[in-house]
Design a protein around this ligand. Sequence first.
Ligand code: DP6
Length: 324
Amino acid sequence: MQAKVKAHTNIALIKYWGKRNEQLFLPTNNSISITLDRFYTTTSVTFQEGLTADQFMLDGKEIQGMELQKIKTFLDLIRNKANKQLFAIVESVNNVPTAAGFASSASGYAALAAAASKAIGLNLNEEELSIIARQGSGSASRSVYGGYVEWQKGEKEDGTDSYATQIMPADKWDLSILSVMVEAKEKKVLSREGMKRTVNTSSFYQAWLDTIDEDLIAARQGIKNRDFELLGTVLERNALKMHATTLASNPPFLYWTGATVDVMHEVEALREEGILSYFTIDAGPNVKVICQPKDETIVKERLEQLNCVQQIFVCHPGPGVEYL
Ligand code: DP6
């Protein structure tokens, strides 16, 4: 009753920003992402007779308290589905710079969902796996698949139609995604808390909802036609809109620092010189810059010249969950 899985992080091009049901992790809108090749979590799960509680080791350290409780609650979903009440040993290793706007929760819960369901003997298809992963962290629903992925918000209130599907495999279109690290500190407002405050209080949230469909249509079209300018333009606009909703929340909050803005300005300057590149930002100060592989070296060099930039990780579209 053991399985080991590797799952990669993903970066949202059209953001998941708000839940309509917090318990079931049902989002207010569809989102679109690219699964990345460079950052991943490897997780092994062993269900064993004789254990009296779940155990969780993260990067070689035994985890207790709230974090262990979250894993236990998540494993309960899988135990109930399999109708087997056995405790497990979970060992995870993160190959992700944690808490710096690189979503290790996405790769973490995708890997845990796949490893635990396999170990307990459930034979789930990708959609069923995505539904389970979603209930650990929404963005994890997308990391089940490689390449270009869309998470369907679904219509049902039981969540059975809220799962991700692949739009296009990774090898159909190579892009360069530069993770530009300007700060490695813990985030001030976690994404879960930030999206909740936004949904409940932001006077711009209705505008987010009113314009999401046009962004989704443009992004899908950009991906399918491999139209970089169309995709880049809409992903940048969507990121700015998401951050605008936080500014109109009560109390308002902002994930950017001065360094974030410096990177944004440099991307704009590159574009003015004819080098197409676009930025997106999640619930933290770091920036992801997306460009075409032919421009990767020049974009990286230019961003490295900024004083505020600490490190740049170059990623490309990567695979979905892999059973090891
Ligand atoms: C800004 O998936 O981390 O990165 O479902 O509460 O665990 P929970 O949130 P999470 O939120 C990700 C928010 C985002 C945008 C995105 O990845 O789509």
